[in-house]
Design a protein around this ligand. Structure first.
Ligand code: SF4
Length: 828
C-alpha cells in the first residue's frame, strides 16, 4: 500500500526496449472499504488530464466510492495517477453540489425550477435572435464534456442558431496542438502513439512538464529510462523539472531558453539538421513541400545566435540537435510551455518539421505527440464545439459545408462559414461590448482560467451580456451568472471521449446525479426543444434522446474524413481496451499510428485548412493552396523569431510564467474537493530563483506581492527550481478555499497578471510571457505550502529519487506529511 500523493508514479516496472509495458493495476477506495465491499464496477476512463487512463468506477449503495485501473487497456495498462486515484470521485458527493437551477433576482442567485430557469434563457435567446440575429449568441464550452455533448452543442450552434461564436477552453490549452497538426499535416490528429515510448532511442519534451501533467505517461517513460538500453531525454523548459533531471541522468540535455524565445531555439535545432546533413533527402523530396523555404528561414539561427537570444549554451544546442539528428527513433512531445507562449504555433510546427526532415513519422518509436491538456479536448476539436466544422471539415470549403447541410437537412447558408470561427478571446471581447448578448458557458471556469481575470470578471458580471453557466458547483464564474444550470458529472452520465492518443473510451453512467442536476447533453437538448429548432422539413433539428443516438449520428458524419469513427459503436467500446481512430472497414480494430505510408491529408479538396502564414496568421487562400499542390505531401513551414512584446523592463524586471502542479487540475473544481490532493497543494505560491530571491531579500515562505501592468497577487514565495529572471505561479487558484487553508485567497489568482494577447495562428493566449516585479510584503512563518515532490521543490534540497523515479517526502524542507491520505486503501 503506497501513499500515491507522496509516491506519484508508483511501483516501477522497468522493461527493455521493444517489450510490452507490464500491467500494474492501481486501486483506490474510500476509507474502510475493500474490493469485496463494492456492489459493482462500471467501465469508464479518467477525466483529470488528457492521458485518458481506463478505469472502472466502484459503486456502493448508489455512490461512487473509488476507482480501479483497467489492466487490459492500451493506454494505461492498469495504472492510475494521484489525481485519478484520489480526485475522481470525492467531488460527486460534496455537499456543495448544485442540485437545482439558480436565477438572478435582485442581484442575488436564488433557487428555482427548470421551467423557470430554462424559460428565462429561452426568452432572452429568442428576443436576441429576433432583434440582433445569430451573432448575438456566444457559446464557451470545455475540454471536459463528452463527445456526444459537443456534437449536440455544435449542431445547435451552427445549424440551430447559426452563430460562428463558439469555442472551448481548449483555446487556452490545446488550440496550438490542433493548429500545429493542421499546418503541417493538413488535418488535426495525433500522428504518434504512446507505444512509441517502448521503441524510441530518444524522447524530446518541449515545454512539457509531463511528471505533473500526465503522471501515468511519465511513469511509462521512467519504466524505459530505468531499464536496460534506455532512451535519452532532452528537456526544453525554463524550470528544472523532473524531466530536466531525467535528461541530466540519461546523458541528455536540459535546454532552458529565456521565456518567450522557443522559436529561436527551434530554428537553431532545425538549422543543425540541415547543416549536418541529417536530412532524409529522398523521403523529404517525396513526402513534403517547402524544404528550401524552411532552410532559408532557419539559416540565420547559428548555435551562437540562438545562445545569444535564448540564454542557453551553444554547445547544448549542438548536442541536442545531434541527439535528434543521429538517433534512429525519436519521440517528441509538446505542451503548454510551447502552446501558451509567444509564437506558439510556429514553435510547435518546428517540432513537426524536425520529424519530417528526418522522415521520422508513422513508424514505431518515431512519433509526435502534440499533447492535449484536457481529457476530452480532442472531441471538442473533432465535433466543432471549438468553432471548427465537425469531422475536421474546412469552413472555407463549400463542399464540406454542403456535406453538413445535407446531413442536418438545413440550408448551407445557415452554417456559419463566411469567415473563420470566432475564437474565445474574441468571444469575450464581443461579450464585453454587448455585441454578444447571451454567453453560455458550460463546464469551465473562465473567471479563474482566462488571462487578465479582473477584466473577465467585469465582463461576466456586467449588464451588457446575459450569462448562462452550467456546472457542477457554484464556481467563481457561476457566481457571476444570470442563470446557473446544475449539471451531472463524470460517472453520473454516459458518453465517449478520445484521449490525446486518439483512443476512444466509453464512460458509462455509474450513479444518479444529485437532485435535479441533468447531463450536459440533456440540458442542451432541453434548450433545443424549447427553442423549437427544426430542419428544412420542419422536423426537429436535434432529434436525439440518448447519448447513443448522438454517437451513432456522429459516426455517420465522420465517414470518409481523417477522424473516421464509422467502425465504432458503444458495443465495441465495451471491450477490454479503448480503440484509436480511424476505425472503419480498412482499420476495424483502429489505427495505432497515422501516416505510416507518408501520405498526409493535405489535398486541397480534403484538408481541414488551407493553412496560415505562421508569422502573421494570415490565411492561405484556396487558390494559393491549390497552386502549391501538396496532394498528400506534408508542409514544412517556418517563421523568423520575433521578441515577445512585453519584455522585462526597469519597472517590471522579471518574466512571469504560469503552469500546473501535479496535485490540482485546472481550477480545482474536482481536485480541490479531494482532501488528499487539496492538502498536498492547498494554496497558491510563486517560485523565484535563488539569485532573484537573494537580490530581493526574499527567503522561502516569505509573503510577496507580484505585480504586472494588469494586476497583482499576494502569495508565499518558494525559492525554487525556476531559472534566473523568471517567476512561476500555478494558475489553479481562485478565491474558493474549501478547507480554509489559504490565508489570503482573494489575492492569489495567477491570471490577474497575464495578458489579453494571443498567437496569430492558433489564437491561444500567452500565459507564459509577461513582465512582472516582485516585492516582499512580510516575512513568512515557515516554508510555503507549495508541493515539494516535483518541479516546485525547494532549490536547496537535492531531491533523492527512489528506484521508480519518484521523489520521496524525506527531501522536503518541512518533512511533516501535510497530506495524509483520506483513504485506507491505495495500492501500488
Ligand atoms: S494520468 Fe491523467 S488520466 Fe491518468 S489517472 Fe492521472 S489524471 Fe487520470
Amino acid at each position: 500500500m503506497t501513499d500515491r500523493v507522496a509516491d506519484v508514479f508508483g511501483t516501477p516496472a522497468p522493461h527493455g526496449r521493444g517489450t510490452v509495458w507490464p500491467a500494474r493495476v492501481d486501486l483506490h477506495l474510500d476509507d474502510g472499504l475493500s474490493e469485496a465491499d463494492v456492489d459493482r464496477w462500471v467501465q469508464s476512463a479518467c477525466v483529470l488530464c488528457s492521458n485518458g487512463c481506463a478505469c472502472d468506477i466502484a459503486v456502493k449503495d448508489g455512490r461512487m466510492v473509488g476507482v480501479r485501473g483497467r489492466a487490459g487497456d492500451a493506454v494505461n495498462h492498469g495504472r492510475l495517477g494521484p489525481k485519478g486515484l484520489y480526485g475522481s470521485t470525492p467531488w460527486a458527493s460534496s455537499p456543495d453540489r448544485l442540485t437545482r437551477p439558480l436565477v438572478r433576482e435582485g442581484g442575488r442567485l436564488v433557487e428555482t425550477d427548470w421551467a423557470t430557469a430554462m424559460g428565462r434563457v429561452v426568452e432572452v435567446s429568442k428576443a436576441l435572435l429576433e432583434e440582433k440575429g445569430p451573432l448575438s449568441h456566444g457559446f464557451y464550452t470545455s475540454g471536459q464534456l463528452f463527445l456526444e455533448e459537443y456534437y449536440a452543442l455544435g449542431v445547435i450552434g451552427k445549424a440551430g442558431i447559426g452563430t460562428p461564436h463558439m469555442d472551448g477552453n481548449t483555446r487556452l490549452c490545446t488550440a496550438t496542438a490542433a493548429a500545429a497538426l493542421k499546418e503541417s499535416f493538413g488535418a488535426d490528429g495525433q500522428p504518434g502513439s504512446y507505444t512509441d515510448i517502448e521503441h524510441c532511442d530518444a524522447i524530446f519534451l518541449y515545454g512539457h512538464n509531463m511528471p505533473e501533467t500526465q503522471t501515468v505517461l511519465w511513469a511509462r517513460i521512467l519504466d524505459r529510462t530505468r531499464a536496460e538500453d534506455p532512451p535519452v531525454i532532452v528537456c526544453v523548459d525554463p524550470r528544472r523539472t523532473l524531466v530536466a533531471r531525467e535528461a541530466e541522468r540519461t546523458g541528455g540535455v536540459h535546454l532552458a531558453p529565456q521565456v518567450g524565445t522557443n522559436l529561436a531555439l527551434m530554428n537553431g535545432l532545425i538549422r543543425e539538421v540541415f547543416v549536418n546533413g541529417w536530412l532524409a533527402r529522398d523521403w523529404v523530396a517525396q513526402h513534403t513541400v517547402g524544404v528550401e523555404d524552411l532552410r532559408s528561414v532557419v539559416d540565420p539561427y547559428t548555435p551562437e545566435e540562438v545562445a545569444r537570444i535564448c540564454g542557453v549554451r551553444a554547445d547544448d544546442i549542438r548536442r541536442a540537435a545531434r541527439i535528434f539528428g543521429t538517433s534512429r527513433a525519436v519521440l517528441s512531445t509538446v505542451l503548454q510551455g510551447f502552446y501558451q507562449s509567444h509564437q506558439a504555433t510556429a514553435a510547435s510546427v518546428a517540432v513537426n518539421n524536425l520529424h519530417l526532415l528526418r522522415g521520422m513519422i508513422g513508424r514505431p518509436g518515431r512519433g509526435i505527440l502534440q499533447m492535449n491538456g484536457q481529457p476530452t479536448a480532442q472531441n471538442n476539436r473533432e465535433c466543432g464545439a471549438d468553432g471548427d466544422l465537425p469531422g475536421f471539415r474546412n469552413w472555407d470549403n463549400p463542399a464540406h459545408v454542403q456535406q453538413l447541410a445535407d446531413a442536418w437537412n438545413v440550408d448551407p447558408m445557415t452554417i456559419p462559414h463566411w469567415a473563420p470561427p470566432t475564437h474565445a478571446m474574441q468571444i469575450f471581447s464581443y461579450a464585453e461590448t454587448g455585441s454578444i448578448g447571451l454567453l453560455w458557458i458550460s463546464a469551465t471556469n473562465p473567471a479563474v482560467s482566462m488571462p487578465e481575470t479582473g477584466r473577465i470578471r467585469k465582463i461576466l458580471g456586467g449588464d451588457q451580456c446575459f450569462v448562462v453557466v452550467q456546472d457542477l458547483f457554484l464556481t467563481e464564474t457561476a457566481e457571476l451568472a444570470d442563470v446557473v444550470l446544475p449539471a451531472a458529472g463524470w460517472g453520473e452520465k454516459t458518453g465517449c471521449f478520445t484521449n490525446v492518443n486518439r483512443t476512444v473510451h466509453l464512460s458509462e453512467q455509474a450513479v444518479e446525479p444529485p437532485g435535479e442536476a441533468l447531463s450536459d447533453l440533456d440540458i442542451f437538448l432541453k434548450y433545443a426543444d424549447a427553442m423549437g429548432f427544426t430542419d428544412q422539413d420542419g422536423e426537429p433539428l436535434v432529434p436525439w434522446r440518448t447519448p447513443q443516438e448522438v454517437f451513432d449520428a456522429w459516426t455517420a458524419i465522420t465517414r470518409g474524413r481523417p477522424v473516421d469513427y464509422t467502425g465504432l459503436s458503444y458495443q465495441k467500446l465495451r471491450g477490454p481496451t479503448g480503440i484509436p481512430w480511424p476505425v472503419n472497414e480498412t482499420h476495424p480494430e483502429g489505427t495505432e499510428r497515422l501516416y505510416e505510408d507518408g501520405q498526409f491529408p493535405t489535398g486541397t479538396d480534403y484538408c481541414e485548412t488551407y493553412g496560415h502564414d505562421l508569422l502573421t496568421g494570415g490565411n492561405v487562400t484556396e487558390q494559393e493552396h491549390r497552386s502549391i499542390a501538396p496532394a498528400g505531401r506534408a508542409f514544412l513551414k517556418g517563421a523568423a523569431y520575433t521578441p515577445a512584446h512585453e519584455p522585462a523592463s526597469e519597472e517590471f524586471p522579471l518574466l512571469y510564467t504560469t503552469g500546473r502542479t501535479v496535485y490540482q487540475f485546472h481550477t480545482r473544481t474536482k481536485t480541490g474537493r479531494s482532501r488528499s490532493l487539496n492538502r498536498a497543494a492547498p494554496d497558491a505560491w510563486v517560485e523565484l530563483s535563488p539569485a532573484d530571491a537573494d537580490g530581493l531579500d526574499i527567503t522561502e515562505g516569505d509573503w510577496v506581492r507580484v505585480e504586472s501592468p494588469r494586476g497583482a497577487i499576494e502569495v508565499r514565495a518558494r525559492v525554487g527550481q525556476v531559472m534566473k529572471g523568471a517567476v512561476f505561479a500555478p494558475f489553479h487558484y481562485g478565491h474558493w478555499d474549501p478547507d480554509g487553508l489559504a490565508p489570503d485567497a482573494e489575492h492569489r489568482q495567477a491570471n490577474e497578471l497575464t495578458m489579453t494577447v494571443w498567437d496569430p495562428v492558433s489564437k491561444q493566449p500567452y500565459f507564459k510571457t509577461a513582465a512582472c516585479r516582485v516585492v516582499k510584503i512580510r516575512s513568512g512563518d515557515g516554508p510555503s505550502t507549495a508541493p515539494t515532490t516535483t518541479a516546485s521543490a525547494p532549490v536547496h534540497d537535492d531531491l533523492p529519487v527512489t528506484a521508480g523515479g519518484a521523489p520521496t517526502l524525506s527531501s522536503v524542507v518541512d518533512p511533516t506529511p501535510y497530506y495524509p491520505l483520506d483513504s485506507s486503501s491505495a495500492r501500488h
